[in-house]
Design a protein. Structure first.
Length: 259
């Protein structure tokens, strides 16, 4: 198996070609063809969530595949939209949920939602990227983490956004030498520990982001050189992937209400 550094570099240096190859794979191409042919027919949130094939495609595109079953939660997310500061999308610290609500902003755009680029070509691009990352992870979980971090970290506004996403946090902890056990500490203590070593705004600078990721690949290989076991964060369909405490609370509340 390639080292994390070489695996990441082999994909990232030819990312356009890597994505094109993934998009052309028969299964991916078939799913994308169906999505583009039918998403425009969706006019309401219920239309969207009740078409399992379309909804699953969109959820995977935004890295939310493990939450596809939580339709009550996602319906509430979409119903609230993004314009109201108190909406669910704006309360959750995990940026993937707001990105999803922004792409499918039925609250603001109504029936025109699914004809916009955000819901069509942009979602297809994200689906292809997510599939590429999943495939890379089947060979080396560290490569998937690196690609995921490259895609998502620039959208994180502050250190709490990193703490809300377990995959991002894993990259940060590995790179900065912070023990995984630190996640048991008070969240403000964790935030201060990370902020002392990392300016989150640096992740919006492509050069600094790349430097950080390359540091991660080296640290990941050093930490995992004696084990072929993939980190649990990337195994199976674990609902712990990227789930923040406030999301779990929202989900529990919806379940109590029968959503």
């Amino acid at each position: 198996m390639l080292t994390t550094y070489l695996g990441y570099q082999s994909i990232n240096r030819n990312l356009t070609r890597s994505l094109a190859g993934t998009a052309a794979e028969p299964t991916v191409a078939s799913q994308t063809k169906y999505y583009l042919a039918h998403i425009g027919q969706v006019k309401t949130i219920d239309d969207f969530t009740q078409n399992d094939r379309l909804f699953s495609y969109a959820m995977k595109a935004y890295g939310l595949e493990d939450m596809t079953y939580a339709k009550g939660l996602m319906r509430k997310l979409l119903e609230g939209g993004i314009s109201n500061a108190t909406s669910l999308a704006n309360k959750l610290t995990d940026p993937r949920y707001k990105a999803f609500a922004t792409a499918f902003d039925f609250a603001a755009d109504g029936t025109a939602t699914t004809s916009a680029a955000a819901a069509t070509s942009d979602t297809v691009s994200k689906y292809t990227q997510q599939t590429l990352e999943d495939q890379a992870g089947s060979q080396n979980p560290g490569v998937r983490l690196a690609l995921y971090f490259q895609r998502v970290a620039p959208s994180v506004a502050n250190v709490y956004g990193l703490l809300a996403d377990k995959a991002l946090l894993s990259v940060v902890q590995t790179t900065l030498g912070i023990p995984a056990a630190a996640t048991g500490q008070d969240i403000d203590i964790q935030a201060r520990a990370i902020s002392a070593k990392l300016n989150v705004k640096d992740l919006q600078d492509p050069a600094k982001l790349q430097k950080f990721i390359l540091r991660f690949t080296g640290a990941y290989d050093a930490a995992n050189s004696q084990s072929s076991q993939a980190p649990s964060i990337l195994l199976g369909r674990s609902t712990s992937f990227g789930l923040s405490a406030d999301l779990l609370l929202s989900l529990q509340n919806l379940r109590r209400g029968g959503g």
